[in-house]
Design a binder for this molecule. Structure first.
Ligand SMILES: NC(=O)c1ccc[n+]([C@@H]2O[C@H](COP(=O)([O-])OP(=O)(O)OC[C@H]3O[C@@H](n4cnc5c(N)ncnc54)[C@H](OP(=O)(O)O)[C@@H]3O)[C@@H](O)[C@H]2O)c1
Length: 484
């Protein structure tokens, strides 16, 4: 059980908080994971009464659980929730807030600040907390969780870091990548390091290449302006896909302590070679979806039509080839691809083994796949004989283990991460060195793409990877693995 603490949720009335954080905290309370004296202070910028806030919480839980929640826990949850307004035009807002937290005995003095606010507000709130001595660790711990994204490039990430590190030590900063809270991602490490049969084949003698995929049927929706300032590479590759790569390829940590896991992840991310910019078109491919048909949605608009700006070169499809500069992975390509409006949704890591058989009849592509979502499973694809008189009739067979069984507990990634925050476990949060290494890899590609305004390739919504993306493959025997 975590120490008694006060969780201060900035941006409590925002979208993320309504959909994920408040229902997630309730679920943790229901599971008995919150200490009895723990308090939640929801901070917003509007003056609303405690009664109004409690009604808002009720609506959030109703939307999420549709009446399926324990009313006794609800009473307890409501009692630990306090709404507090810091009005933007009140120059004493933070002073008064600090006084409340410091002096009111109902609040345990270990403080966890969850900044679920827009990225432009992160640094300012940390400054304001510091000014009121809310970040000093003396008798009690003080932690700050920073939402995604941590910067929009290396320069802004470094600036944000410089600003917050004036007040916080690294062990007080919890930078989120919510994919790391997914059980299916945690499973990668455990599968790799608890099954010793994998270790001898986890290297460039046996593995031909790795593909890390995140495909969506969804388009950019209402978020056109945000998306056009971001693009697929910044939104997905810099964070989630590189983290999946690190978990798949990092060396075994000395122990499974949070610090040791992060040490190996950092080492791995730092050992990825930068893409040669003079040959960028062989290493990186971008495209945008044009109008087409999506199953269950029907005909949908293209990206440029949604944006109402046909000059944008921002990618909704991005695929890149990377190499890891260490003996285990020397010369083995790792392909990362992410896209909106494809014909299938799915996040999966596919490991293709080398095909050493020279007899074409016997040759076969063995794959090991970690399926992250929607299905959570691990499977190995092998070739087996089809029963019958014909000896040479073979087919692909899956040896599949479901990572989630029907009765298994469903924990949202944010629940895991909020509990980690309260318990002081940083292994599923990003160290600043990981953030910097990831931006260092991605920045040059984004810069090149934004300066080269030639027409971006278009793919029809509802189709699979554009054929042209295959240009990044190292050789002709490689191909995109379809579906998971
Ligand atoms: N990990 C992910 O994949 C993921 C997913 C979604 C969102 N996010 C991140 O999560 C954060 C929140 O996203 P969101 O969609 O919830 O944004 P949102 O709907 O705009 O909510 C932000 C809220 O913060 C409030 N706020 C701003 N400054 C504040 C302050 N000083 N004190 C208290 N409240 C303050 C805003 O109040 P006003 O309305 O008064 O301005 C607003 O209610 C963003 O950084 C976003 O990038 C991450």
């Amino acid at each position: 059980m975590a120490d008694n603490s006060t969780l201060v949720l900035f941006g409590a009335r925002g979208n993320l908080s309504r959909i994920k954080l408040i229902p997630g905290l309730f679920h943790l309370d229901e599971a008995g994971k919150l200490s009895d004296a723990m308090k939640i202070v929801s901070v917003g910028r509007q003056n609303i009464s405690q009664d109004e806030w409690e009604n808002e919480i009720k609506d959030m839980l109703e939307n999420k659980f549709k009446g399926h929640y324990d009313l006794k826990v609800f009473e307890r949850f409501i009692k630990r929730n306090i709404y507090h307004a810091t009005l933007p035009d009140d120059s004493n807002a933070f002073r008064n807030f600090a006084k409340l937290l410091h002096e009111d005995k109902q609040f345990p003095k270990n403080f966890a600040f969850f900044l679920s606010v827009r990225p432009s507000d992160f640094a300012k709130i940390v400054d304001q907390l510091a000014e009121e001595n809310l970040l000093d660790e003396d008798k009690y711990w003080r932690r700050v969780l920073i939402e995604k994204p941590f910067g929009t490039n290396l320069k802004s990430a470094v600036e944000l870091q410089e600003s917050i590190s004036k007040h916080l030590k690294e062990n007080q900063i919890y930078r989120i990548d919510h994919y790391l809270g997914k059980s299916a991602l945690q499973n990668i490490l455990w599968t790799r390091f608890t099954n010793s049969i994998l270790d001898p084949i986890w290297n460039n003698n046996h593995i031909d290449h790795i593909q890390i995929t995140n495909h969506e049927t969804l388009g950019v929706g209402e978020r056109t302006q945000f998306y056009d300032a971001t693009g697929a590479l910044r939104d997905m590759t810099q964070s989630h896909l590189l983290q999946m790569l690190a978990l798949t390829t990092m060396e075994k940590p000395k122990t499974f302590s949070p610090d040791d896991i992060r040490v190996e992840k950092i080492k791995l991310l730092k050992s990825i070679k930068p893409i040669p910019i003079n040959e960028i078109n062989k290493y990186a491919f971008r495209a945008q979806y044009k109008s087409g048909d999506i199953e269950k949605e029907g005909h949908v608009k293209g990206y440029l039509e949604e944006l109402e700006n046909n000059k944008s070169v921002v990618e909704t499809y991005a695929a890149i080839r990377l190499y890891i500069d260490n003996p285990r992975w020397k010369n083995i390509p790792v392909y990362l691809r992410t896209a909106k409006r494809l014909n299938q949704s799915g996040t999966f890591i596919s490991i293709k083994f080398k095909n050493k058989e020279t007899d074409q009849k016997l040759a076969f592509n063995n794959w090991l796949v970690f399926s992250i979502q929607p299905k959570e499973s691990t499977y190995f694809e092998i070739k087996t004989k089809i029963p019958g008189l014909n000896d040479s009739d073979l087919r692909a067979t899956r040896l599949e283990g479901m990572n989630r069984l029907e009765h298994d507990e469903k924990i949202d990634a944010y629940e895991t991460l909020m509990l980690d925050l309260l318990e002081g476990n940083q292994s599923r949060f990003l160290h600043i060195d990981e953030v910097k290494a990831a931006w260092s890899l991605i920045d040059p590609i984004i810069k090149y793409w934004s300066e080269n305004l030639e027409k971006v390739h278009q793919y029809t919504a509802g189709t699979s990877d554009p054929k042209e993306s295959e240009i990044i493959f190292e050789n002709k025997s490689q191909f995109w693995r379809k579906g998971n």
